[in-house]
Design a protein around this ligand. Structure first.
Ligand code: 13P
Length: 264
């Protein structure tokens, strides 16, 4: 069963597109297609850092929020290549993706993920925290992998923090492969994540947190992932670089969410 909050659809552009001109074009194409009065879906675009401030000014209809693809937990100083939560906030981004598997693969640790989350929350940003196993094994050890990442990420959260933390389940084997997890697999993992969250934070707070899915989401599988997977939204890579498809997924989510609202 879904909670009452709006679904969250996030486009993670990763290291795309190549230039600011192309980024503006893609963003404008999304803005033009985006329905004006979404009632049950929040939409977010996470462009590369250099494009964030620029895209803010193109968001004239205010239908999209912006996200950074990461932050570094220190506030200022000698940290070449890093970006702080304050910097991200200062260009009006409201969200930040933390702990993406593509960053974990380069050495981002659970400990640093936890610190980055705290830094983001301290600035009033919403943290979209990615967890997910590299691969699945017959013995079910992948549940332990997800549990470890999750416990490390949420251990330090207070009651008021939980409203601004979203968990993104992104199984690495499903990212960019066209190999989506089945809706049943996603639902099973959603329940497991809720169970771990409940254990750390208490049931009430755990069920108030969004759990979204990422990994080869597209306009063909989105509906089933919502209906059967019962996820609270998506973190979309490849399909978010195609304006029409991204907006189609947003519309699918809005239709679905309005439908379940009616049956209540
Ligand atoms: P794809 O949708 O391209 O599989 O990427 C998922 C992802 O990693 C989003 O953060």
């Amino acid at each position: 069963m879904h909670q009452h909050f709006p679904l969250l659809i996030v486009g993670n552009w990763k290291m795309n597109p190549a230039t600011v001109t192309q980024a503006r074009k893609l963003f404008q194409a999304i803005v033009e297609r985006m329905p004006l009065h979404l009632q049950r879906v929040l939409t977010v675009i996470a462009p590369p850092f250099p494009f964030l401030a620029d895209l803010r000014s193109l968001n004239t209809k205010d239908t999209l929020s912006l996200a950074a693809q990461g932050v570094y937990f220190e506030a200022l100083g000698a940290h070449t290549g890093e970006v702080s939560a304050t910097m991200v906030k200062s260009v009006s981004a409201k969200y930040v993706i933390i702990g993406h598997s593509e960053q974990r693969a380069k050495g981002l640790s659970d400990e640093e993920v936890a610190k980055d989350i705290q830094a983001a929350l301290a600035q009033g940003l919403t943290a979209i925290v990615c967890v997910g196993e590299l691969m699945r094994d017959a013995g079910g050890n992948y549940f332990g992998v997800v549990e470890g990442q999750l416990r490390a990420a949420v251990a330090g959260l207070t009651a008021k923090d939980t409203a601004r933390v979203v968990i993104a389940y992104e199984p690495v084997w499903a990212i960019g492969t066209g190999n989506t997890a089945t809706a049943a697999e996603v639902h099973e993992m959603k329940l497991f994540i809720q169970k771990v969250l409940a254990d750390v934070l208490g049931r009430e707070r755990a069920t108030a947190m969004r759990i979204v899915y990422g990994g080869s989401t597209n306009k063909k599988n989105a509906k089933e992932l919502l209906e059967v997977g019962l996820v609270d939204g998506f973190l979309i890579g490849g399909a978010s670089l195609r304006a029409a498809e991204f907006v189609t997924i947003v519309r699918i989510a809005e239709t679905y969410a309005k439908g379940i609202a009616k049956t209540r």
